[in-house]
Write a protein that binds this ligand. Structure first.
Ligand code: NI
Length: 182
């Protein structure tokens, strides 16, 4: 398995819209393995292919405490969004070290392809629903900072550009405000 490089905001490649997966073949399965490996290495709870510069509609998630409940979504589609919303503090491996509260629908219904390429549908709520919506945003070239004010977003962008210039972004895990991120 390979550790893939995670792109950081404001990298323009994070703005590309990912293409649907045509066949769930060995290449796609290898990408999923590498994405899980990268997500665990980065101490993330979710990762979209866009974040590792692979512009295919693939997401991996593990929100379990013991990091042993892998969830992957291929060509995910949101079928239903609840009117009720949830405010959650979100972070992102592509926006390392920054956390902001985002309001999103609390429960969702999603469809996705499984490992055999069959379509399945399921409901999600709470952290999983938030995580799936955050990752689908990535596949559409969107980041959680697009949900906050322009002022806050510009401030984060400036700080990240500076951290990157100083070579301080690589050591995200040692940042004082380290928390789980997607
Ligand atoms: Ni993210």
């Amino acid at each position: 398995m390979n550790k893939l490089e995670v792109l950081h905001f404001p990298d323009k490649r994070l703005r590309k819209v990912a293409e649907p997966v045509k066949n769930v073949d060995q290449e796609i399965k290898n990408i999923i393995d590498d994405m899980f490996f990268t997500m665990y290495e980065e101490k993330g709870i979710g990762l979209a292919a866009t974040q590792v510069n692979i512009h295919k509609r693939i997401i991996v998630i593990d929100i379990s405490e013991n990091k042993n409940e892998k969830i992957f979504l291929i060509n995910p589609e949101i079928l239903l969004l609840s009117d009720e919303t949830d405010d959650m503090e979100e972070g992102c491996l592509s926006v390392p070290g920054f956390y902001e509260t985002v309001s999103r629908p609390k429960t969702i219904k999603v469809s996705s392809l499984d490992y055999e390429g069959n379509l399945k549908e399921f409901h999600a709520d709470g952290l999983l629903a938030t995580c799936i919506q955050h990752e689908i945003d990535h596949l559409n070239g969107k980041l959680f900072v697009d949900h906050i004010s322009t002022l806050k977003r510009n401030r984060i962008e400036k700080k990240i550009v500076k951290l990157k210039k100083d070579g301080a972004l690589a050591s995200r895990k040692s940042m004082p405000n380290y928390k789980s991120a997607t």
